[in-house]
Design a protein around this ligand. Structure first.
Ligand code: NI
Length: 189
């Protein structure tokens, strides 16, 4: 088990477009294992590499914990250098949270269905059509690779409602059940 600390709101790595992964390696496989360990330890259903401070186009998911009874089990998946190639269906409102923004949750409107093309952990190209929770998790994690947070989808008014909590996260004065990257002096504001 290798549990990595999670980077929180206002860290610049969460705002960068992540770099494509160039090749498979033992180091990459270890990183993927550590991402799963970290995600399960924090009871997350998705985790993107920037959230552990690595600006790389990788995210992992396992939405089974929140999958509705009528939805098929998806299990753990790895998405390397992903590209969402279509978004269809109705725009749906669903509540989201993020391990990098502890205890902030809000409704986000996103398309119902996506098709995503990516490399799996063996570097084989795959395409997945997803709806329901899986489509939601994919879009949230994919955003992380573009430097986008779910808060960016909220209205300015809604964002303001979270301001005091966000300030606390920025200053590092929060407690979580999982390890966070400590805030450096001077990074606080
Ligand atoms: Ni997130």
């Amino acid at each position: 088990m290798s549990i990595l600390p999670i980077v929180t709101y206002n860290d610049p790595v969460l705002r960068k477009k992540a770099e494509p992964v160039k090749e498979n390696s033992e180091q990459l496989q270890n990183l993927i294992d550590a991402m799963f360990d970290t995600m399960y330890n924090s009871q997350g259903v998705g985790l993107a590499a920037p959230q552990i401070g690595q600006s790389l186009q990788i995210f992992v998911t396992d939405p089974d914990a929140i999958t509705e009874e009528d939805e098929p089990s998806v299990g753990p998946l790895v998405f390397i250098n992903p590209e969402i190639i279509s978004k269809t269906g109705e725009n749906l409102k669903m509540e989201e949270g993020c391990l990098s923004i502890p205890e902030v949750r809000d409704d986000v409107v996103r398309p119902e269905k996506v098709i995503i093309r990516y490399l799996n952990r063996n570097f084989e190209e795959e395409e997945l059509e997803a709806d329901g929770w899986m489509a939601r998790v994919i879009q949230h994690e994919y955003d992380h690779l573009q430097g986008i947070l779910f808060l960016d989808h909220l209205s300015a008014f809604k964002r303001r409602l979270h301001r005091s909590r966000l300030k606390k996260i920025e200053s590092g004065s929060i407690e979580t059940e999982y390890p966070l990257v400590p805030k450096k002096a001077g990074q606080e504001k």
